[in-house]
Design a protein around this ligand. Sequence first.
Ligand code: NAG
Length: 302
Amino acid sequence: IPSRNMDNETKFMITCMLFTAICSSVSSDEWKATVVKSIDALVTSCVVVPCSFSHTGGNLPSSRLRGIWHEKDDKKSNIYHEDYTLIKDSFKERTQMLGRLGQNNCTLEITGVKDHDNGPFCFQVELVRTENNDPTKYKFSFVEDCVELNMLTEPPKPAVIKPKTATLGEPYTVTCSVIHTCPTHVPKLSWNLDSTNIIVHHKDIKHGNWEMQSILTFIPEEKDDNREITCTAEFNGGLKSSETFTLHVKRIENYNHIIIPAVVGIGTALLFGIFCIFMRIKLSVNKKETFLLSSVSRLSCR
Ligand SMILES: *[C@@H]1O[C@H](CO)[C@@H](O)[C@H](O)[C@H]1NC(C)=O
């Protein structure tokens, strides 16, 4: 019996030592997560939260990492987990880890955003060590790096950039853009005008924000004067917003009516001015000449 006790004690001691060794080796590694602090999220649409993490102990194989997103107030309230049964009911089938953990990317997508999804939500990485078929989990929680969703119940209005006037028969270019946070299901921009010349750009403007741009070019006709032009943004989930402006088309002849008389007028004035100056110079020269002549004649007379 005493030898058995000794055995148990030794086992306990060894376990303790092992545990301390593993824990200290793990805690000496620096773990850091970089999550965007706050991001706009449009209700009914999706939101993609950029997230990355690093570990000074070198890169870890993805098979040993488990990524979890949970509510800040309640660590057990998972909004994303590899084990579906461990996800909070209201988030089931709405969250996806877009980033690859093996590439230190913990980017999260939430679809069908609801107005109470504001968070904050925090990323947590779980390091799974499988030794002698006995999986032991070590959890590291980056609660200091959480994201808050700024809920938008109304979609943002598109912004329109255009030249002040359009000229009849000359190409006219208008740009419509909208900022969003759902790059996996981008908003669609459309115009109330038929044109085959539409260029679409989509760019990352950092911190989880993206810009969708539609550049329309068309040749205005006479009937387009005072026409209302609308750019409509349709977001994932169906919400729409639009921006309208009135087109003013100018004719090229209109300028000629102003420019030609103006040029003629200025030209005439200039000519008249030059003529006057010339005449004045001539007059004064004549005066001097007469003065000189008269003095000369006076002298010669004497
Ligand atoms: C992380 O993953 C997302 C989704 O696949 C991707 O868009 C993003 O560029 C990745 N970030 C980095 C830093 O690689």
